[in-house]
Each structure stands twice: as structure tokens, then as C-alpha cells.
Design a protein around this ligand. Structure first.
Ligand code: NDP
Length: 455
């Protein structure tokens, strides 16, 4: 008997669609079909595999508005963000369509013969996707995996399966062979767990909480299964006194409240040099109050709702009575999982508002004395994903960039993600890198072959 999950629109609390959940047996059957599809897919001529990926990209491009509307309904993303996310899938497919014809091995000089290396696909790759960015995070896994000749089984988050289901349809329409890319809506404890334990799955790509990521890594160890982890963040936005303060304050809300703060790269700690702290707060308040929160399908909306009632409770628990709230923006009343942008000023370094990933529109602002203290405070976390540095001194920008233990930093900007540059975390923010020119390497094994030419 198949069980279904009601997908809820987080802006209206209405049921969008009921989606059948894949069972453990259904997962095993899909993995078996994927394995059966592997020999033919890896044998597709490189130029043809490239062409198929570009056709998949074209199909996504033609469907951008539909995909974006689906994401607005399923995830409450603003329509502007959702269009960017669908476009990111297209761009990734185009970018990695160049890979099949460039999976170069090496010819290494040796005595007595010829030595060559091959980049072989791993086989069946399992991709486990969270609910915060259903489209891009799916494509960060499946696009390079397919390009390298792997077959993919993908589990979207239970809450947000709709765009992944649509992407699988588009892949088929574009000519990607049956069972090469399968989407299995279902529970992490069932489908995701089976990716970890099933011996035919040779790699797991996981994005989500650090807690579950550790379990996935431990489970994969049992079979020495390859694993890439993209986990949480508690990222610092470091504002020095010599920065363009107006610009730093005007952009800070968007560095943390984008996607309602449900972003592993959210700059949820703003560290401000003490000399300009008061002035920064004066500038930040109107910027936060100016964030347009509301109907995510409206073109002018800048922030939508949180993903679920349970998640709203999780975020609200960070702000009990007496929490150090400095000021708040607005949020609609009525149906929907709304939460206003909120600025807090905790004083203890061990305050959960400074140590834990809230994953909602809550930002902590604290002062620092000098460059050394700024770097020490930025690094005072088990995470190390991203961060921003605002300064007009290029030497300081580089010193602090080298000093902060995080994988993705931006100077006078909050941009963390480009499909053509590597993305991933230091410390407990993850393992391995996605995106960029080298991502395909994480989906291949190097095979070394020696040919004796002495007879
Ligand atoms: P999870 O880590 O629980 O979920 C991420 C994905 O893993 C989902 O697809 C989930 O399935 C799946 N999963 C859950 N349990 C297992 C398991 N045992 N084995 C394999 N896969 C599993 O994140 P949550 O959605 O619960 O979010 C909790 C917190 O995690 C957030 O508040 C935030 O702090 C952080 N987070 C960070 C993200 C990031 O981008 N780094 C993304 C999402 C969350 P299912 O859909 O059934 O839950």
C-alpha cells in the first residue's frame, strides 16, 4: 500500500498536491533499474552525452516559468528567486555538458611501456536534497554526476518534491534514457537511509543538517562509500569601520533574510567594528523594516514565509520572552508560516543566537574591537561555510579572507554561489566541494593502466 504526503503551500497553508511516498522496496527497485541503465549510459559517446545534457538544459529553459511557479507554491520562495533557481539548473546542465568531452586522463612517462589514466564513473549515485533550495541543490548533484557517466537516484525533501518530480519529466522529454535519472519522493529515514545502506549505491551526495550529515557519513563508512556533505553554517558578515557603511547596512538584510533566512550561507552574525556600531545600527533599522515580506508570487516581494509550521516553531523557540530583540521588520497576519525579519543583540559569546543555526530570519549583531578580534569571533563556531567582509582596505580584505576558516567568502558583497566556482564547507559545514570546474572529479574514480610495450 502506498502512502501519500500532502504538499502544503507555506504562504496559504492549502494543500497543493498529494505525492505518493516511495517505500523501501520501491527504493530498492529503483536502484536496481538504475544499475541496469548504467552500462548503456556510460557507453553513450561523449559528444552525444553532452548533446543530451544540453537538450535537458533547453527543456528546463523552456519550462522556467512553470518550474518557478511550482516552487513558489511548494516552498514559498519569492517568484524572483524561484526563476533564478530554475535558471541555475539550466546553467548547471549547460556548464557540465562540456564535461563528457573533457574527462581527460593523463599519459604518465614510465619505463617499459605506456601509462594512461581514465576517469571512470562511480555507478549509481544517490542525491539527498533538503527543502531550502529544492532545485539548485538537486542539480548541483545530478548535473555533474550525469555528465561523468553515472546514473542518479534523487530523493527530494519530503516537504518539497514538486520541482524535482518535474525535472525528472523534463529529463525524459529531452531524451535522457529511462532510469538514468530517477526522482524518488519519500522520507529520509526510508529512501535516504536506503541510499546509505544499499551496496549498489556507490556515492551519496547529502545536503542538510549537520546532525543527519554525520549519520550519513557514519553509515557510508560501513561500505567505504563515497560521500559529499553540504551542511549547516553560522556565517559572519564582518563590517570594518573603513567600509562603505551605508552600502554594508543596506545590503546586510539581504545577506541573511533572503529565502527567509533558510539558507546555509545566511550571514546570521553581523560583526561590526565598535567605533561604527551605533551608526551601523541606525542605518540597519530602516533597511530591515524596508524588507518587503508577503505574497511570494508578487513581483515586488523580497521575503516569503518559512517552510512549515514546525519550522516556524523551531525558529520562534530561539526568541523566548526576554530575548535581546533590537528591532523587527514586518510580516503578514493570517494563514501562512510567517515570521518577521528580526535583529537581536546578544551579549554572551555562548548565546545560542551566536552559536546555533537558526535557519530563519533572525540576525545577531555584535561589536568587535580590531581585526584580530573580528577573525577570532568569526571563527568561534564549529561551522565554516561562508561569510562576508566589508572594508575599503584591500590588504585587510585579503588578510581577513585568509584568516576566516570558511569555504566561500565575499568581499563587499554577499554572493556565495556561482555555478562556475567551487562551493563547500570547512570544519562541520561539510566535506568535499560542489560546483566549479572540478566537481566532476568527485563523481569519478581514477583508473591507472600500464601497457607493456617491450614485446
Ligand atoms: P535534514 O538534515 O533532516 O534533511 C535533509 C534531507 O535529508 C531531507 O531530504 C531529509 O529527508 C533527509 N534525511 C533525513 N534523515 C535522513 C536519514 N536518516 N538518512 C538519509 N537522509 C535523511 O534537515 P531538516 O529538513 O530536518 O532541517 C533541520 C535543520 O537542518 C534546519 O533547521 C537547518 O538548520 C539545517 N538544514 C541545513 C541545510 C543546508 O542547506 N545546509 C538544508 C536543510 C536543513 P526528509 O525530507 O524526510 O526530512
Amino acid at each position: 500500500m502506498s502512502i501519500a504526503f500532502d504538499v502544503i503551500n507555506p504562504a496559504t497553508e492549502e494543500v497543493v498536491r498529494s505525492v505518493p511516498l516511495t517505500t523501501a522496496d520501491g527504493t530498492d527497485a529503483a536502484i536496481a533499474r538504475a544499475g541496469a541503465a548504467l552500462p548503456a549510459w556510460r557507453a553513450v559517446a561523449p559528444a552525444d552525452r553532452a548533446r543530451l545534457l544540453r537538450r535537458f538544459a533547453d527543456a528546463v529553459d523552456a519550462d522556467i516559468e512553470n518550474l518557478a511557479r511550482l516552487e513558489v507554491a511548494n516552498s514559498g520562495h519569492t517568484i524572483g528567486n524561484a526563476r533564478w533557481e530554475a535558471g541555475n539548473v539550466r546553467d548547471l546542465l549547460n556548464y557540465y555538458s562540456a564535461a563528457p568531452e573533457r574527462l581527460n586522463g593523463k599519459q604518465i612517462p614510465v619505463s617499459g611501456g605506456v601509462n594512461i589514466t581514465f576517469a571512470e564513473p562511480l555507478g549509481v549515485v544517490g542525491v539527498i536534497v533538503p527543502w531550502n533550495f529544492p532545485m539548485p541543490i538537486a542539480a548541483w548533484g545530478f548535473a555533474p554526476a550525469l555528465a561523468a557517466g553515472n546514473v542518479v537516484v534523487l530523493k527530494p525533501a519530503e516537504l518539497t518534491p514538486l520541482t524535482a518530480i518535474r525535472l525528472a519529466e523534463l529529463a525524459l522529454e529531452a531524451g535522457i534514457p529511462q532510469d538514468v535519472f530517477q526522482v524518488l519522493p519519500g522520507k529520509g529515514s526510508v529512501v535516504g537511509q536506503r541510499f546509505v545502506t544499499h551496496p549498489a549505491v556507490r556515492k551519496v551526495v547529502f545536503t542538510g543538517s549537520t546532525e543527519v550529515g554525520k549519520q550519513v557519513m557514519a553509515g557510508c563508512a560501513d561500505q567505504v562509500k563515497r560521500v559529499t556533505l553540504e551542511l549547516g553554517g553560522k556565517n559572519a558578515n564582518v563590517v570594518f569601520a573603513d567600509a562603505d557603511l551605508e552600502r554594508a547596512a543596506a545590503t546586510a538584510p539581504y545577506g541573511v533574510f533572503d529565502n527567509a533566512g533558510q539558507d546555509c550561507c545566511a550571514r546570521s552574525r553581523i560583526l561590526v567594528q565598535a567605533d561604527v556600531y551605533d551608526r551601523f545600527m541606525e542605518l540597519l533599522e530602516p533597511a530591515v523594516k524596508g524588507v518587503v515580506v508577503g505574497d511570494p508570487s508578487a513581483e515586488s516581494t523580497e521575503m516569503g514565509p518559512l517552510i512549515s509550521a514546525a519550522h516556524r516553531d523551531h525558529v520562534a523557540a530561539f526568541l523566548p520572552d526576554g530575548a535581546p530583540v533590537a528591532f523587527r521588520g514586518s510580516a503578514p497576519d493570517g494563514a501562512g508560516f510567517w515570521f518577521p525579519p528580526t535583529v537581536v543583540t546578544p551579549t554572551s559569546p555562548s548565546d545560542v543566537l551566536l552559536t546555533d543555526e537558526v535557519f530563519g530570519p533572525v540576525v545577531a549583531v555584535v561589536p568587535f574591537a580590531d581585526e584580530a578580534e573580528a577573525v577570532a569571533m568569526a571563527n568561534n563556531t564549529e561551522y565554516g561555510l561562508s561569510g562576508s567582509i566589508w572594508t575599503s582596505d584591500v590588504g585587510r580584505a585579503l588578510r581577513v579572507s585568509r584568516g576566516i576558516e570558511a569555504g566561500n567568502l565575499s568581499v563587499n558583497s554577499h554572493a556565495s554561489v556561482r555555478y562556475s566556482t567551487p562551493f563547500g564547507g570547512f570544519k562541520q559545514s561539510g566535506l568535499g566541494r560542489e560546483l566549479g570546474p572540478d566537481a566532476v572529479d568527485a563523481f569519478t574514480e581514477t583508473k591507472n593502466v600500464f601497457i607493456d610495450t617491450t614485446f
